[in-house]
Design a protein. Sequence first.
Length: 318
Amino acid sequence: MKLKNVLYFLTVSFIFSACAVSKNETKSTPVKNGTSQKLEANFNNGIIAKAIAKSYPELYQTWKLEADFSDEFNYEGKNEKFKKNWKDTYFNGWRGPGLTEWTSNNSDVKDGNLIISASRKPNTNRVYCGVITSKKEVKYPIYTEVRAKVANQVLSSNFWFLSEDDKRELDVLEIYGGDRESEKWFAANADSNTHVFLRNDSDNSIIKDINKSVKSELADGSPWRNKYHTYGAYWKDAFTVDVYYDGKLVNQIRKESIQDPANLGLNRAMFMVIDLEDHDWRSRKNPPITPTDAELADQDKNKYLVDYVRTFRPIEKK
């Protein structure tokens, strides 16, 4: 009887050990589909990966796709594939800045694009805007990029990241793309920004916004809205972000420009956000810089189109 118990114990232990090994192997070696393998190969052989390797030769790394923060938008509607990674609302209950009112009705996936649109909230001066946010937070080191055609609106078309505590922000893209004569300069200058927010713990109001913005123009000075462009950032660590537009390095964010009094920098995980916004520093001007009913109703002007978002994480080469 004693021998049988020992044999039984050894048999059960072997089975559990085998199961544990099997689970660990499955977790560490996920099956990749052809699309992700192709995207990884293209990125590793592309100009961004080469530029990063040249800037940081001490990093002997290759790049793997982060599926939770990537989407080709090659499907129709906000289906289960969309819902796996994205919310069509902001990541918390905030409705948006200024006259913005984010709504799930103003986002869609169609014809190979994420569509973020703007429209008038009836009988008000407020602006319905689309927004999507990642369901998970992401943290450095990553390279992340959208290929997008910004909206022809005085609203801002954005690709950005914000921490859950609302205290750290990285804006890869913020641009006012409207074609009004008075807006030519804004439409030709795309912003990449950082924000360190000092907030009131009782109500989360902003005590101080420590920010730095760098503006980027196309070589011919034309407005960014005319074509699709790529807008990306290598978020290397808390004090190092390199911003690339169309594969060209346009901004190097470092400790000196972040100006964090706590000396923490962009040190925490953040949600990814793609959206349109009406900003109060513009809508409060006299006259206000905010869309007209006609501009918002124009189907050729009221959409921010995103062909894809791709995020890669570096791993050490073997």
